[in-house]
Design a protein around this ligand. Structure first.
Ligand SMILES: O=P(O)(O)OC[C@H]1O[C@H](O[C@H]2O[C@H](CO)[C@@H](O)[C@H](O)[C@H]2O)[C@H](O)[C@@H](O)[C@@H]1O
Length: 262
């Protein structure tokens, strides 16, 4: 759990960026990724934080940017990082991720290989992303088929070459770009700084291995919160999505009090 002094320190930050992973942090994991939603408690806490002065909320996700915007019901002012740091959108301005001919060709080869592999495993699913693919296995009933599928998918990517592979929760992902969520958090700091809103403090929360890249770029005074189990460089931990919504609510209450006392 984040301690009260940790929350109070965040609440008193001059300019606070709250940067959040989506799946497994704001939205509970579900079988069908298109139905994921932020919990009502999490949404209420975010609304309170967004209403505060010098406070920004951003999402940093492995999801494609367009889908992230839809699922988070983001408006034109949103700060969004999608595709594990590759796609960045700040207040509707979208950094271009035009694929090179070589990247396009390698993706086409991998798509053909993964389609064949996934089709052979009942209830496995291939997710198409702007710069890669995800091989989903959450719904596979014959669990003994999962490891061989994931191994064959990795081998296919390795034999084509130039892919970054990430293991997530019931998913293996392949990207033609090596950019990380850490790059995404750095980019958010830079873009807000260019608007003269440089965050003095960052709260980052994540539940997966890919979030470790973001924890790694946090600076003294920032806070990393790991949601759930697993090794982490984050200095605070909560049990699950509900506990993290509770943390955000505590932060909103403390920051509202600190805003009133200014
Ligand atoms: O960085 P995140 O926001 O945590 O996104 C990571 C991946 O999330 C999605 O997959 C995961 O969530 C699904 C819905 O709960 C679940 O069915 C799946 O098993 C999880 O791996 C998403 O589909 C991926 O594109 C994201 O990279």
């Amino acid at each position: 759990m984040a301690s009260d002094p940790q929350i109070d320190e965040l609440a008193a930050a001059r300019r606070l960026l709250v940067a959040l992973d989506f799946d497994g942090v704001m939205a509970p994991l579900v079988d069908d990724p298109s139905t994921s939603r932020i919990t009502p408690a999490g949404a209420a806490a975010l609304e309170r934080l967004r209403a505060l002065p010098a406070t920004w909320v951003a999402f940093v996700s492995g999801r494609p940017l367009g889908e992230l915007a839809r699922l988070t019901e983001s408006g034109p002012d949103a700060l969004l990082v999608g595709s594990h740091g590759v796609e960045v959108s700040i207040r509707g301005e979208l950094a271009d991720v035009a694929l090179t001919d070589d990247e396009r060709a390698r993706m086409a080869r991998l798509e053909a290989a993964l389609t064949e592999l996934v089709t052979a495993v009942p209830r496995a699913r291939l997710e198409h992303k702007p710069v890669g693919f995800g091989v989903h296995t959450r719904r596979v009933e014959h669990t003994e088929l999962v490891a061989p599928l994931q191994r064959a998918a990795r081998e296919a990517a390795d034999s084509i070459g130039g892919f970054t592979t990430r293991a997530g929760k019931d998913i293996v992902e392949f990207s033609v770009r090596a950019v990380t969520k850490g790059d995404g958090v750095r980019m958010l700091r830079e873009l807000l700084t260019a608007e003269e809103n440089a965050p003095t403090t960052v709260l980052y929360a994540g539940d997966d291995v890919t979030d470790e890249d973001a924890f790694a770029v946090l600076e003294p005074g920032d806070l990393g919160v790991k949601v759930g189990e697993g090794e982490t460089a984050a200095t605070a931990r909560v049990a699950d999505v509900a506990a993290f919504a509770e943390l955000l609510s505590r932060l909103a209450t403390a920051r509202e009090a600190s805003a009133r006392s200014l």
